[in-house]
Design a protein around this ligand. Structure first.
Ligand SMILES: [Zn+2]
Length: 212
């Protein structure tokens, strides 16, 4: 159910509809059934106004461009990209704009396999200002070290990336009064996800429930 009219948001757009749109887009990408995006026409339609249905936080990795792996066009999604898809004040502020100001229904916090930033955090790499980004991944590294016996796969880097996405989703909720209010009213959902570089498949994890 891709957007055809980019000047109007579908009236039935809910967080779960937005999630389904991403699922379908990733299915098209994986199966090489991408839509014929008329980017020139989309640029014309969105010149005055944008109505993106979702905001995706993903890694800066050159292989994880959200618009491509979800088969989206111009004006469809907000795309926030930073090494290790970490949560900073700037990221949270951008997500607040996407949801509270611009009306996006879904926040996806997406890690990926073979993430260099996660590998760097595991190896405790120190490099200029990059270090401050990698330190934000430390809690996920520590969690997975403490829970290695119950890990889902033998790929420690992958396990940390998944944990980093799940913890990141929680941090967005905890650190933003604005977004927490929208989530509590069920107007917005925050969903962690993992992108597999080998298969192209995005695995979505359950919408994080925050009553605990
Ligand atoms: Zn990465």
């Amino acid at each position: 159910m891709p957007f055809t009219d980019r000047t109007r948001r579908p009236t039935d757009l809910t967080p779960m509809v937005a999630l389904q749109m991403l699922r379908e887009g990733n299915y098209r990408f994986v199966n090489n059934q991408r839509l014929q995006h008329n980017l020139r026409e989309q640029a014309d339609q969105t010149r005055e106004q944008q109505l993106p249905f979702a905001a995706i936080l993903s890694c800066m990795d050159s292989r994880t461009a959200a618009e491509l792996i979800f088969d989206q066009g111009l004006g469809d999604i907000f795309s926030i990209r930073i090494a290790g898809n970490v949560i900073t004040d700037s990221v949270v502020g951008s997500l607040e704009y996407a949801t509270a100001a611009a009306g996006s229904k879904l926040i996806l916090v997406m890690g990926h396999t073979n993430c260099g930033a996660v590998a760097g955090a595991i190896k405790k790499v120190e490099l200029g200002k990059l270090s401050s980004i990698l330190h934000l991944i430390d809690p996920a590294v520590e969690y997975e070290r403490a829970h290695e016996h119950e890990a889902e796969t033998g790929d420690f880097t992958r396990n940390v990336s998944k944990r980093n996405a799940i913890m990141g989703a929680r941090r967005v909720y905890d650190e933003s009064d604005v977004i927490r209010d929208l989530v509590d009213k069920e107007e917005v959902a925050i969903v962690p996800a993992m992108y597999d570089l080998y298969s192209g498949v995005v695995q979505f994890f359950p919408v994080v429930k925050f009553e605990d």
